[in-house]
Design a protein around this ligand. Structure first.
Ligand code: NAG
Ligand code: NAG
Ligand code: NAG
Ligand code: NAG
Ligand code: NAG
Ligand code: NAG
Ligand code: NAG
Ligand code: NAG
Length: 545
C-alpha cells in the first residue's frame, strides 16, 4: 500500500506539477526496476536518507560523509562487448530533490573505479542525477597493468566506450526513475576526466549540452612520451642533472619568484601570466667554493632549460608543452621526481609495445609515432572540429580550465588544443569559438587543483585560488554562477549568459572549515588577472585585461 501510494504521488507530481517537482523517494528507490535497457543490468538500488553516513570505497575513489541530501544509489553492470564478455560497472546517484538534469563525472589517469567522491561531492548536493563508470576495469590511477598486453576491449572501454554507454544508460535510468526525461545533460571531469569529456563531444555530439573540462589528458599519444622525456631530463637520481626536492623548494622556487612574481604588479607568490617571464636559471650558477645545495650546476641548469621548454622531436615536430614557472614545489614530485610517476612506463608497456619488461630508460623518439598510429583505445581526443557539438541546433558549450602550474600535464597542452580549435574554425567554419568554448587558466594552480594528489604528501593544490566548483576540489565559496564553474556553465547553456571570469577561493590549508585565505578572479584566456589596488586577499581588488 505504501509503495502504491508513493508511486501514485510520483506520477501525480510528474504530470500535474511539471519538471521542477519530479522527485525520488525511498519507496521509488527500493522498488526501482528499470525495464528494457539493452545490455544494462541493475545490480543494486540503495536508499540513503538525508545525512545518512555514505561510506563507499573502491580502488580508485572513496567518500565518507554524512552531509548529503537523500538519494538513491543505483548500481549497474553494462555489457560493453557481448562477444568478449567485457563490461563496465556504472553508478547513477539519484537525489530525491532532483534538479531535472544529469551530470556525468569523469575519472583520472588509467584508473578504474566509479568516482564516488565526485558523485557525492559535486553531483548530488546540487541536485543532479550523477553518472559515473569504472571505465571497464578496476585499478588505481597510475596502474596500467590491466591493459594487457592485448586486453583490447578493456582499453577501448577505458578510451571512450564505457563512458558513452554509461551516459546513454544513465539518462535512461534517470528518465525511468523520475518518470520524466532529463531536460539537460552535463559533464565535469579533470585530467583523464577532461579527456573523457572532450572525447564524448567529439564522437557523440548529442550526449551533452555542456561540459566542464580541466587539464585534459586528451593527447595521450604525445602526453606519455613527454612524461618520459620530462623524467629523463633529471634521472637517474645519481646523475649530475638530478634536482632534489630541497633544491626545487629552497633554491629554484624562490629564484623563480624573484624573477617573475613582480611582473604582474603584486608580490604574492602567484605568477599571473607565466609566459610573460622567461626564467633564467643561470642566475643560480654555483661559484667556486659555494655550498652546492644552495646553487645549480651546469647540468642542472641544462635540465631546467629542457623542463621549462616545449618538447620538439629532432625533426622539429611539436610533441608537447613544457612546465611554466610558478609551481616548483610540485614539479619536484610531479613527473620529474624520483621515482617518476609510473603511468607513462605502464602506457608503453601494456598499451603500445606489449612488452611488460620495458623500462623508460629504453625510451627513444621512434615510439612516439608508434603510439600515435596505434592510438590505443582511440583515446586521443584532439579533433579541432567541434562543429557538430557547437553549431545550431545543438549549441553545446565547453568551459575548460587548467592550472598554469600543472605538474602532470603541461598547461601548454590546454592552450595548444584551444588554439587548434580556433585555427580550424577560422579556416573552415563561420563559427565564433568564443560563443561555445572558453578557456580559463588558473594562476599558480597545480594539476586539477587537488590538494593531495597521487603519491605525495606535499600540498600540491598550489598557492592558488584552487576551488571554483570543479571536480576533485574543495567546495566553491558559493554555488552561484560567479563562484561555481558548473553553475556558470548552466547559465551559459540555459540562459545564454557566458562567463568571462570565475571567482576562485583559496582556503587556509585547503580546508573550507579553516576559513578563507583569499579570493581571486580567474580570467578568460587570453586575458590575465591584474591588480587594481586595495586588499590583495579580495577578488574585488583585481580585474581581467
Ligand atoms: C568513515 O568515518 C566513520 C566516522 O568517522 C568511521 O567510523 C569509519 O571507519 C570511516 N570509514 C572508513 C572506511 O574509513
Ligand atoms: C568484441 O570483442 C571481440 C573479441 O575480443 C572482438 O573480436 C571484436 O572486435 C570486439 N567488437 C568490438 C565492437 O569491439
Ligand atoms: C570491478 O569491481 C567490481 C566491484 O567490486 C566487480 O563487480 C567487477 O567484477 C570488477 N570488474 C572487473 C573487470 O574485474
Ligand atoms: C600491441 O598489441 C596491440 C593489440 O593488442 C597491437 O595493435 C599493437 O600493434 C601491438 N604493438 C606492437 C608494437 O606490436
Ligand atoms: C649547505 O647548505 C645546506 C642547506 O642550506 C645546509 O643544510 C648544509 O649544512 C650546508 N653545508 C655546509 C657544509 O655548509
Ligand atoms: C626504440 O625503442 C624501441 C622500443 O623499445 C626499439 O624496438 C627500437 O629498436 C628502438 N630504436 C632505436 C633506434 O634505438
Ligand atoms: C566538421 O564536422 C562536421 C560535423 O561532423 C562535418 O560536417 C564537417 O564536414 C567537418 N568539417 C571539416 C572541414 O572537416
Ligand atoms: C580545415 O579542414 C580541413 C579538412 O578537414 C583540415 O585538413 C584542415 O587542417 C583544417 N584547417 C585547420 C587550420 O585546422
Amino acid at each position: 500500500m505504501v509503495l502504491l501510494a508513493a508511486l501514485a504521488l510520483l506520477a501525480a507530481s510528474t504530470t500535474v506539477l511539471g519538471d521542477a517537482t519530479a522527485r525520488g523517494s525511498e519507496a521509488a528507490c527500493k522498488q526501482f526496476s528499470p525495464s528494457n535497457i539493452q545490455d544494462v543490468a541493475l545490480t543494486a538500488a540503495t536508499y540513503f536518507p538525508a545525512n545518512a553516513r555514505v561510506d563507499i570505497t573502491n580502488v580508485f575513489s572513496s567518500i565518507n560523509t554524512t552531509d548529503l541530501p537523500a538519494f538513491c544509489r543505483v548500481e549497474l553492470k553494462i555489457t560493453t562487448n557481448a562477444t568478449a564478455g567485457s563490461y563496465a560497472i556504472t553508478e547513477v546517484w539519484l537525489p530525491d530533490a532532483w534538479n531535472g538534469r544529469t551530470l556525468t563525472v569523469g575519472n583520472g589517469g588509467l584508473g578504474g573505479g566509479v568516482t564516488v567522491s565526485d558523485l557525492g561531492g559535486v553531483a548530488v548536493p546540487q541536485g543532479f542525477a550523477g553518472i559515473s563508470t569504472n571505465t571497464g576495469h578496476n585499478s588505481t590511477s597510475g596502474d596500467g597493468s590491466w591493459g594487457g598486453p592485448h586486453n583490447d576491449n578493456a582499453i577501448v572501454d577505458w578510451g571512450w566506450r564505457a563512458v558513452h554507454l554509461s551516459v546513454v544508460a544513465g539518462k535512461e535510468i534517470a528518465k525511468q526513475y523520475y518518470r520524466q526525461a532529463p531536460k539537460r545533460s552535463y559533464y565535469a571531469g579533470c585530467s583523464t576526466g577532461g579527456r573523457q569529456g572532450l572525447k564524448e563531444i567529439q564522437i557523440f555530439p548529442d550526449s551533452f549540452d555542456g561540459i566542464v573540462v580541466g587539464s585534459p589528458a586528451n593527447w595521450m599519444s604525445h602526453l606519455q612520451p613527454w612524461s618520459v622525456h620530462m623524467s629523463l631530463n633529471v634521472l637517474p637520481a645519481n646523475s649530475l642533472c638530478f634536482i632534489p626536492q630541497s633544491t626545487w623548494d629552497n633554491v629554484i622556487g624562490p629564484e623563480v619568484m624573484r624573477q617573475c612574481d613582480a611582473l604582474d604588479g603584486l608580490l604574492d607568490g602567484i605568477i599571473n601570466d607565466p609566459r610573460a617571464c622567461s626564467f633564467r636559471p643561470e642566475a643560480l650558477t654555483c661559484t667556486p667554493g659555494q655550498n652546492m645545495s644552495t646553487c645549480l650546476t651546469e647540468d642542472q641548469i641544462g635540465a631546467l632549460h629542457r623542463i621549462f621548454a616545449d618538447y620538439y622531436e629532432a625533426d622539429q615536430t611539436y610533441i608537447f608543452g613544457g612546465y611554466q614557472p610558478g609551481g616548483e614545489k610540485a614539479y619536484a614530485t610531479g613527473l620529474v621526481g624520483n621515482p617518476p610517476f609510473p603511468l607513462p612506463q605502464d602506457w608503453f608497456r601494456f598499451f603500445v609495445l606489449n612488452d611488460t619488461q620495458w623500462t623508460q630508460d629504453e625510451y627513444n623518439a621512434s615510439i612516439i609515432t608508434l603510439g600515435e598510429q596505434l592510438n590505443p583505445g582511440q583515446s586521443d581526443a584532439i579533433t579541432p572540429n567541434l562543429t557538430a557539438f557547437a553549431d545550431a541546433p545543438h549549441n553545446g558549450k565547453v568551459l575548460h580550465y587548467v592550472g598554469w602550474a600543472d605538474q602532470l600535464i603541461s598547461p601548454g597542452n590546454s592552450v595548444h588544443y584551444y588554439e587548434t580549435v580556433h585555427a580550424f574554425a577560422r579556416a573552415n567554419t563561420s563559427l565564433a569559438v568564443d560563443d561555445f568554448y572558453r578557456l580559463f587558466p588558473v594562476p599558480g594552480m597545480n594539476h586539477c587543483g587537488v590538494r593531495r594528489m597521487l603519491r605525495s604528501n606535499a600540498d600540491v593544490g598550489g598557492q592558488a585560488a584552487n576551488a571554483f566548483g570543479a571536480v576533485m576540489q574543495p567546495q566553491p565559496l558559493s554555488h552561484d554562477a560567479e563562484h561555481n564553474i558548473l553553475a556558470a556553465l548552466l547559465r551559459w547553456v540555459e540562459d545564454g549568459v557566458a562567463p568571462s571570469a570565475i571567482v576562485g577561493v583559496k582556503y587556509k590549508n585547503d580546508v573550507p572549515s579553516d576559513g578563507v585565505a583569499f579570493t581571486r578572479p580567474i580570467c578568460k584566456y587570453p586575458s590575465t588577472v591584474r591588480f587594481r589596488g586595495g586588499d590583495p586577499s579580495s577578488a574585488k581588488s583585481f580585474f581581467c585585461a
